[in-house]
Design a protein around this ligand. Structure first.
Ligand code: SF4
Length: 382
């Protein structure tokens, strides 16, 4: 997934007022400049601007990617050496870059990339926990990593096991619970499962938003605590073409209706799209549609199809390629929620007790970290 930068064609820095300035001299991003920038960013508030001066041309290429990963926004670049019209990268420098701490509302990225999948930092093991409430689903999406469908064994997560897991999770410092499936609203006791969890930690329920329009599931939806429960709805594309091809005819319209209903009931909504790399060109129109739906940029997730379950191709998933996200199912514990059909990613044969599950995952991460740092030297001063 190559990344291309548009730093060269951003506007001039003169239109922006800096809250802090940093002279990076001839340092490049690999020789301490990023540490200096990170330190400088911590001295300003969200929305304020750091003006960076640099004589090193490679910074123009490397900094946009760093800013995107760090959640900041590169606003403007000027070539003080008088670069070619409208393209600072073509100039001789030195250059000045205006970097905003955080991003403007409505901004998805200042970097035009052909790898527009969402990025984010790994979270400490034990801070987030996933529970598969069930595996059956009203849909049978062609890329479903959980192999869910109307015919799938429901594998309902027992509420009393969930209660014990959440209690253990919170006691160990757990901060956030995510409930997925299958379609969680098909779990007959979802309301109780969510309520007992949301009383302890914020909860996000992942849903296709198609089954809670009426009846008992509508009652479940309406019972959920708007202050403690977020709904994350699957929506793959602005129009029905991609979404319906992957998830079934008519599913796009019903997902939109579900989003509308949830919004009308006052829920905090996130939207997640699952796409193959070849479909990434559709992301811009999806963002425009999400703007119209009032979904905040930080509440949008663009994720790749994972090569698991029903998926034919996609991102290869292994202990080495994805950060752990401890996940419980009725019949085990797993490295990551996209890997619950992969025996190589099964951590334990039972969801409880939780502590050894987290310990195993932490041990694996520690070994991986040790291996990754082998190329670095230990430099002791004492
Ligand atoms: S991807 Fe989600 S909505 Fe589609 S079948 Fe799987 S669980 Fe159901």
């Amino acid at each position: 997934m190559a990344t291309s930068t548009r730093a060269g064609v951003l506007g001039d820095v003169s239109g922006w007022t800096a809250a802090a300035e940093l002279d990076g001299g001839s340092d490049d991003c690999g020789s301490g400049l990023l540490l200096s920038i990170t330190g400088a960013m911590r001295t300003i508030d969200i929305g304020q601007i750091l003006l960076l001066r640099t004589e090193e041309k490679s910074v123009l290429v490397d900094l946009p990617a760093w800013a995107r990963l760090a959640g900041h926004e590169l606003l403007a670049v000027s070539d003080d050496g008088g670069g070619a019209d409208g393209d600072a990268v073509q100039g001789s420098g030195p250059w000045r870059l205006a970097i905003m701490r955080g991003q403007r509302p409505g901004t998805t990225s200042t970097v035009v990339t052909d790898d527009a999948f969402s990025t984010g930092g790994a979270v400490p093991v034990g801070s987030r926990l996933w529970i598969y409430s069930n595996f059956h689903c009203n849909l049978a999406c062609v890329y479903c990593c959980a192999e869910s469908s109307p015919a799938a064994d429901s594998r309902l997560f027992p509420v009393d096991v969930a209660e014990a897991a959440v209690e253990e999770f919170v006691a160990q410092g757990g901060r956030e619970l995510l409930i997925t499936g299958g379609e969680p609203f098909l779990h007959p006791e979802l309301a109780r499962l969510v309520a007992l969890s949301a009383g302890r930690v914020p909860v996000t329920v992942l849903t296709n938003a198609m089954v809670f329009e009426r009846g008992r599931r509508r009652e479940t939806l309406e019972s959920l605590d708007r202050d403690r429960v977020t709904l994350q709805v699957s929506l793959d594309s602005a129009g029905p073409a991609i979404h319906d091809r992957m998830r079934g005819a008519g599913s796009h319209a019903r997902a939109l209706a579900g989003i509308g209903l949830a919004r009308s009931l006052g829920f905090h909504l996130k939207v997640a799209a699952t796409l193959h790399e070849a479909e990434l060109s559709s992301v811009a129109t999806l963002h425009a549609a999400l703007d119209n739906l009032g979904i905040a940029p930080e509440d949008r997730i663009i994720r790749p199809v994972a090569e698991e379950g029903f998926a034919d191709g996609g991102l290869h998933i292994s202990l080495d390629t994805v950060e752990p996200e401890p996940t419980l199912t009725a019949d085990g514990a797993w490295w990551h929620p996209v890997g619950v059909t992969n025996p190589h990613l099964k951590v334990a044969e039972s969801p409880l007790p939780l502590a050894p599950v987290l310990d195993i995952i932490r041990d694996v991460v520690a070994v991986q970290a040790a291996g990754a740092s082998e190329g670095r030297q230990v430099f002791r001063c004492t």
